[in-house]
Write a protein that binds this ligand. Structure first.
Ligand SMILES: NC(=O)c1ccc[n+]([C@@H]2O[C@H](COP(=O)([O-])OP(=O)(O)OC[C@H]3O[C@@H](n4cnc5c(N)ncnc54)[C@H](O)[C@@H]3O)[C@@H](O)[C@H]2O)c1
Length: 243
């Protein structure tokens, strides 16, 4: 249960973030900020959460932009009073073989995936330390084991693990836990961009022969964000059907 807790979920306008937000609402979170660069998507999800009886606000924000994150964090704090849970879920791919990768494709992925986590952690960590409570869950990926065409993406997702481990060790005494969830191939808009032959190969090599569902990732995020995971810190959870 997440009763009494105020949460920020980035990239919650779709996919894993939206599924996580629905689970947070089901678990009675006191307030959920649906943060997304796509305002309309965020508003749709926030409305759905309000329909479930949860206080929810849509917050338009580009996680890669420090100023946009500062403004978004201020807006959430004004609405809820504090942020207890941060889920750094917003992420993008710019898949291309490394020898063809442009500087723009490299930097876009670094700025959103890694910069977004940095910007949001910076925005919330002071308050969490002051209050002696916090839950941070970062979305890494099974791609850290290496996937052709994803050098930029895999680099960010591996870096998130090192960041998580260090921040977890720094923050534990302040009542803050920091963990990573690393999904395998999951059925979202992001995965819809994967070419068909790659998808078929993925399905064949997966022991369950199917993609993950966004809710199956959200359940693990919700566990790590809850009191039930109070002694789980600095860990990395692959959620991939056993691949
Ligand atoms: N789907 C998969 O197979 C898979 C596998 C491993 C890891 N992941 C990770 O899980 C997370 C969620 O993935 P998903 O599949 O739900 O993605 P998705 O593309 O379905 O949704 C991502 C959401 O993030 C938002 N977003 C993108 N850039 C943003 C920005 N700069 N600022 C704010 N919001 C932004 C998008 O508008 C979108 O609503 C990502 O971090 C992704 O890397 C996904």
């Amino acid at each position: 249960m997440l009763s009494g807790k105020f949460a920020v979920i980035t990239g919650a306008g779709a996919g894993i973030g939206a599924a996580t937000a629905r689970i947070f609402a089901r678990e009675h979170a006191a307030g959920i900020a649906v943060v997304d660069i796509r305002e309309e998507q965020a508003e749709k999800v926030a409305e759905e959460l309000r329909g479930m009886g949860t206080q929810a606000i849509a917050v338009s924000c580009n996680v890669a932009d420090a100023e946009s994150v500062r403004a978004a964090a201020a807006r959430v704090t004004e609405a809820f009073g504090r942020i207890d849970i941060l889920v750094n879920n917003a992420g993008i791919t710019r898949d291309v073989m490394f020898h063809k990768m442009t500087d723009a494709q490299w930097h876009a992925v670094i700025d959103v995936n890694l910069g977004g986590m940095y910007n949001w952690c910076r925005a919330v960590i002071g308050g969490m330390r002051d209050r002696g409570y916090g839950r941070i869950v970062n979305l890494s990926s099974g791609s850290v084991r290496g996937i052709p065409g994803q050098t930029n993406y895999a680099a960010t997702k591996a870096a998130m693990i090192g960041f998580t481990n260090s921040l977890a060790k720094e923050s534990a005494r302040k009542g803050i836990t920091v963990n990573c969830v690393a999904p395998g191939a999951t059925d979202t808009e992001m995965y819809a961009q994967v070419p068909d032959h790659v998808l078929q190969a993925m399905l064949e090599s997966n022991p369950m022969h199917r993609l993950g569902r966004p809710e199956e990732i959200g359940e693990v995020i919700a566990f790590l964000a809850s009191e039930r995971a109070s002694y789980v810190n600095g860990q990395w959870f692959l959620v991939n059907g056993g691949k």
